[in-house]
Write a protein that binds this ligand. Structure first.
Ligand SMILES: [Zn+2]
Length: 128
């Protein structure tokens, strides 16, 4: 972010101790790690295994068509983390659930029923 002139400092906005890189923001940062632990635990309720490898968190799981719910989850998760980092705000799991639910509702209005079911039904237990 500093490189692009978006921020004055290149330190992570969450921990404020390490240089913010993609791998730090989405995997190495202690704040993100703690959030991912809670997230992974709740995802297990949906029988979704959140990968425990940095490359899978950053790039998603292959083959992509078999892992639409997980990759969908990961994309929304990373966007939430990025936004909160950019706003220099904390990560809140309850807020993330609302954020995820908003995505679900928006996509319900424009995805075909078949594609919406494929993408969201495995995640519905996440809110209960
Ligand atoms: Zn950090």
């Amino acid at each position: 972010m500093k490189l692009f002139g978006i921020k004055d400092s290149d330190l992570c906005d969450f921990c404020k101790t390490e240089i913010e890189t993609i791998s730090h923001l989405f995997w190495e940062c202690t704040v993100t790690k703690d959030f991912l632990k809670v997230f992974s635990h709740l995802a297990e309720k949906c029988n979704i295994q959140i990968p425990d490898r940095m490359s899978s968190i950053i790039f998603g799981i292959l083959p992509i068509m078999r892992n639409i719910p997980v990759n969908n989850f990961l994309l929304i998760l990373k966007y939430y983390i990025f936004r909160k980092s950019h706003q220099a705000k904390e990560l809140y799991f309850e807020e993330f659930k609302v954020y995820l639910e908003n995505y679900q509702n928006i996509e319900e209005s424009y995805l075909s029923t078949e594609n919406w079911i494929k993408k969201w039904v495995p995640l519905l237990d996440f809110w209960t």
